[in-house]
Design a protein around this ligand. Structure first.
Ligand SMILES: CCCc1ccc(-c2ccc(S(=O)(=O)CCO)cc2)cc1[C@H]1C[C@H]1c1ccccn1
Length: 238
């Protein structure tokens, strides 16, 4: 992967997104728009050329899974359609490395807007987290739009969105007493999910904002429940 033409961009954007995810929501005009137990969802209302591109940041704490497991299932093409209900078709159009893929996805149509597709590289990596007193590694998946001449955008069928998404996960272990083996009840995963999706073409602001408000909380709840269910009978993947 290191010699691939996209590698410098993949490395730069992934590390930029890690820093962005770890910024608090105290400053920068974030407004809380959804809450469900440990999950808190924030957004900023932004428009580019009259199009809604509201950045989103979600923070969540999930007990019983590790950051590695969370990122593994988010990255994996094999299970994507099991949890991603807003996607109609998903194809891996390039394998850059075993931890770096290029996806082409067709998203379900949001009436009355026209149907969208997305083409993005997806990179997963573990980032040693030296400056955190608990010393737990961080796992990240970063998805960022890219172009591919074999799959031109806006080829008449779908409007191509541009997106940058990151899932940043940190595992916390509450060690059991008397040196017993660590079980799932002793682990918690701190998740930060950030996304900026530019719809790529006209879509009514009111409709998009309503879809975001409904879809993002559903999306994160469904995905985290899926990972908990997939992991509960399996050995812990640290
Ligand atoms: C007009 C823009 C439509 C639209 C296109 C795409 C996406 C979208 C793409 C990727 C990812 S992901 O996290 O990388 C997981 C892989 O699929 C999440 C969301 C979201 C929306 C907007 C509609 C919103 C939405 C939010 C949440 C889930 C699904 N859709």
């Amino acid at each position: 992967a290191c010699q691939h033409r996209l590698w410098p961009e993949i490395d730069r954007i992934s590390m930029e997104q890690l820093r962005y995810a770890r910024l608090g929501v105290g400053e920068g005009g974030w407004q809380l728009f959804a809450e469900d137990g440990e999950m808190k969802m924030y957004k900023r209302e932004e428009e580019v050329n009259g199009m809604v591109v509201d950045p989103l940041k979600a923070c969540h704490m999930v007990r019983g899974v590790t950051g590695h497991e969370m990122c593994h299932y988010f990255f994996s093409p094999d299970v994507r359609m099991d949890w991603e209900t807003t996607v109609e078709q998903m194809t891996v159009i390039e394998t850059i490395a075993e931890d770096t893929l290029v996806f082409l996805q067709v998203h379900k149509r949001i009436w009355p807007a026209s149907q969208r597709d997305s083409l993005f590289w997806s990179h997963m990596r573990q980032v040693p987290d030296h400056n955190d007193r608990d010393g737990h590694d961080i796992w990240i998946v970063c998805n960022h739009s890219t172009e591919n001449p074999d799959f031109p955008s806006n080829n008449g069928k779908f409007v191509r969105v541009t997106l940058t998404v990151c899932l940043v996960c940190q595992t916390f272990i509450d060690p059991p007493k008397d040196g017993a083996q660590i079980v799932r009840d002793n682990i918690t995963c701190k998740i930060t999910y950030c996304s900026v999706v530019n719809p790529g073409g006209w879509a009514p602001a009111s409709v998009l904002r309503a879809v975001y408000k409904r879809e993002y909380p559903k999306f994160l709840k469904r995905f985290t429940a899926y990972v908990i269910d997939q992991c509960k009978e399996k050995p812990i993947m640290f």
